[in-house]
Design a protein around this ligand. Structure first.
Ligand code: PEP
Length: 256
């Protein structure tokens, strides 16, 4: 047991559930399970439910996040949400560059602008990176490095302590729990990301950035991914909408 380690357990609800009543119900159960936890639990509902999450006081271990954000603070950008608006909604964390947004046209350059905008407004980006597929000769490792290079191009050392990196290989998202990454394989990626950060920002700062994993996490694979994979947490899609599963994962992380 490593009692000093605080894991990030983050729920990405995507475009779910279908109504506010269900959102409040799921959140209420997660809120109960988040009391007096060592882990940092972050729930990222759709924008339209953000306000509904703040009924009563939140446990210290629970925070609210958003799933995206625009990079300008105001102006004629129909349909977008600005960092200042998220701050006003008491949001602390924002998922950026999720592969489902990249499928809709978002690229590393845009993600880089968004990171900068969030950091300038005191928000904490959860930056998603990850390859679409793996090849036998390690080209996916170069892909990952070049993705990191671009998205971190404007982040300065003093801002780094507010960043979380989510390694989310696209091939593992939305699959069966057996298709998630193995702890061993994740460990290699965690090292690659730490190496990249230490080259750019120095070892002390580089090693302090939390690196979490996302892709078909469930209560049955969470422990191995966190333990053997040496990850600092998990980004969880589908299972975060099931309060029982999600609470189980929180419990596992707290007892590791
Ligand atoms: C995600 O989309 O961020 C994700 C990890 O989804 P799932 O857990 O459902 O694979």
């Amino acid at each position: 047991m490593n009692k000093d380690k605080k894991y990030y357990i983050i729920g990405n609800w995507k475009m779910n559930p279908e109504n506010k009543k269900d959102a409040k119900k799921i959140f209420g159960e997660i809120k109960k399970a988040s009391q007096r936890r060592r882990s940092k639990i972050i729930i990222c509902p759709p924008f339209v439910y953000l306000n509904a999450m703040y009924t009563g006081r939140l446990p210290k271990s629970l925070s609210i996040g958003a799933q995206n954000c625009f990079w300008k603070e105001r102006g004629s950008f129909t349909g977008e949400i600005s960092p200042t608006q998220l701050v006003d909604m008491k949001v602390e964390y924002v998922i950026l560059g999720h592969s489902e947004r990249r499928t809709l046209g978002e690229d590393d350059g845009l993600v880089s602008k968004k990171i900068k905008a969030l950091l300038s407004n005191g928000l904490r980006p959860i930056v998603c990176v990850g390859e679409s597929e793996r090849d036998g000769d390690g080209r996916y490792l170069n892909f990952l490095e070049s993705q990191l290079d671009t998205v971190f191009s404007d982040v300065v050392s003093a801002e780094l302590d507010r960043v979380v990196i989510a390694y989310e290989p696209v091939w593992a998202i939305g699959k069966n729990e057996d298709d998630a990454i193995t702890g061993h394989s994740l460990y290699e990626i965690v090292i690659l990301i730490k190496r990249f950060l230490s080259r750019k920002y120095g070892k002390e700062r580089g090693f302090s950035v939390p690196i979490i994993y996302g892709g078909s996490v469930s209560p049955s694979n969470a422990e191995g991914i966190l333990g053997e994979g040496n990850a600092d947490g998990l980004l969880i899609g589908r299972e975060s909408l099931d309060p029982k599963s999600f609470s189980k994962i929180i419990e596992l992380a707290d007892n590791l």
